[in-house]
Every structure is written in C-alpha cells, then in structure tokens.
Design a protein around this ligand. Structure first.
Ligand SMILES: O=C(O)CNC(=O)[C@H](CS)NC(=O)CCC(=O)C(=O)O
Length: 282
C-alpha cells in the first residue's frame, strides 16, 4: 500500500427521519466528493435516519440503507464510511448503532461492522427542550472494535460518545495499528460547544492518527439540534479541514491524508516504544 497522499471528504449534513430525503443528500455529497477527486466519503452518525428513540426503523445489514450506499460507493468509486445506522438486532426490541465501511471496488461491506460501545445516557440538559438522552433504552451496546484496510491506510472506527473514552483510541492505534480514526457524530449543541474540538484534537495527538469527524449539524426537528463543525485533524493535532461557520451548512470538508506524515511523526516521537501500561496502586 503506498504511504502517500490521499484526498478524503468529511461530510456534514442535517438528517431527518426521512430516509429518501437523507439519501438524496448523501448522493449529492458523493457527487461533490467525486468532483473533488476524493477516495473516500465519511458520513456522520444517524446519516440515514435520525430522531426515533425506539427500534422501529432498524434494518439488517442487507437492508435498503446499506444496499443503497453500496450502490453509491460503486457508482462514484468512493470508500464510504457509514457513520452509524440503526442495525436490527435479533428479536427487534433494540437496535445496534452500527458503523459500516464499504469498499468501492466490490461495492460491498468491507471487514467487520463496528457496533457503538459507549451509549449516550445523560441527564444533562442537552436537547433543545433541555431533556436528557437515554440511548441505552433502545440500543444494545457493541463489545468489539473494528478497523479496515483501505487504499488510504488502516481506518479504525468509533462513534460519537465513544470520543470521551480514550481507551478506544489507544486500542485502535496500538492494537489495530490504525492510521486514520473516524468519529462520526451527532454531538449535541451544548456539549459540542464545550468539548468537541478539544477532544478530537487530543485523540489525534495522543494516537498520532488522522481523525475524521463527520457531523450532524443544525435542527433535525422541533426538539433536536446538533453541533456540526465536521473536521479533519492531522496526527500533529492541526485542523486541516473544517466546515465553515455558520456550522449548520450541508457539505464536505476535503482533506489530504498524508501517510508519510503519520510515519514521520511516529518516528520523531515513538509513543509505541515509550508507552507503559499504568495501573493505579493503592
Ligand atoms: O442514533 C441516533 O439517532 C443518533 N445518535 C445520537 O445522537 C447519539 C446517541 S443519543 N448521540 C451521541 O452519542 C451524542 C454524544 C454527545 O453529544 C456528547 O458526548 O456530548
């Protein structure tokens, strides 16, 4: 695999409950990514549908959402990171929040599905209405990490609230040997303002990976608003692409993934060699 430069597109969109409407947006973003000569398009969490707090719109991996995206990946020649969609669980009572990577060469799912491990349960006043959120009421937590061999390096998966748990990123870097980590999100406006950029940059710096953070932005309906600010960060912690303010714009932030930069930063500062397993002692 060439350790060179690769253009990728990081999406920002305002999904609704209507899959057909969201699919039109995704198609438009594919066109723009292709016009910008990108190899990949990263979509945010809940790109296909947002809003339900039950498992009603969950689908299996061979359902309409993933099938439509496989066709787009093939048509536009783009790796597609499906940031998170409601995947049907066995008995249909709960869903998984699942990340899927699609390989444009086959038009099929690449590698393992990543099912969001950390679920967003909080009483903090995060919604437009000041209500909390209880993702675990309708979502089953995943238990294993996943990473993907792509033409632009090894991509590790995480989703949204996972961003607050650095162990995920340490494992993706040091066990999965990721070069790029995606953090597709639907961050709330209030927590996003406080924490989004600093957490993303910290994860990039401490893993020496590119961090690609596709984001939901703006109002999804009466009660829900997302922070936006989709961005790509390089392994030195620099923001190399970002959606402009006002942050509720739909579009792509285009960045170059320079795998030679990943290698040189890791040579200059060899965290993999210096890392110690630290345990609290009492
Ligand atoms: O599944 C869907 O429909 C969309 N999913 C989400 O919006 C998820 C679970 S409610 N949101 C987050 O994880 C926000 C985390 C966050 O905002 C923080 O960590 O501060």
């Amino acid at each position: 695999m060439p350790r060179g430069r690769h253009r990728i597109a990081c999406a920002q969109m305002t999904s609704t409950a209507d899959f057909q409407h969201n699919l039109q947006t995704v198609t438009e973003l594919c066109k723009r990514a292709k016009a910008e000569a990108c190899e990949a398009l990263f979509l945010p969490e809940a790109f296909a549908r947002i809003g339900a707090t039950d498992a009603s719109y969950a689908e299996p991996l061979d359902g309409p959402i993933v099938r439509a995206c496989c066709a787009l990946a093939k048509e536009y020649g783009l790796w597609m990171s499906l940031g998170g969609y409601a995947e049907r669980d066995g008995d249909g009572r709960k869903r998984f929040n699942s990340h899927v990577m699609i390989d444009p060469r086959s038009g099929e799912i690449s590698g393992d599905v990543y099912r969001k491990i950390h679920l967003f349960d909080t009483d903090a006043a995060v919604g437009v209405d000041g209500g909390g959120m209880r993702e675990s009421d309708y979502t089953r937590a995943g238990t294993t990490l996943a990473s993907y061999d792509t033409t632009f390096g090894k991509v590790g998966a995480s989703i949204c609230y996972d961003l607050r748990f650095p162990d995920v990123y340490q494992a993706l870097r040091f066990e999965h040997e990721a070069d790029v980590i995606c953090v597709p999100s639907a961050f709330t406006k209030s927590t996003g303002q406080a924490h989004w950029e600093v957490l993303l940059r910290a994860r990039a710096i401490e893993t020496q990976c590119y961090v690609v953070a596709a984001a939901q932005a703006g109002k999804h309906g009466e009660t829900r608003e997302s922070y936006g600010h989709a961005m790509v960060i390089d392994p030195w912690g620099r923001i190399v692409a970002k959606m402009d303010d006002p942050s509720n714009e739909v579009g792509i932030a285009v960045a170059e993934i320079d795998l030679a930069l990943v290698d040189s930063i890791r040579t200059q500062m060899p965290l993999a060699e210096h890392r110690r397993r630290v345990r609290a002692e009492f």
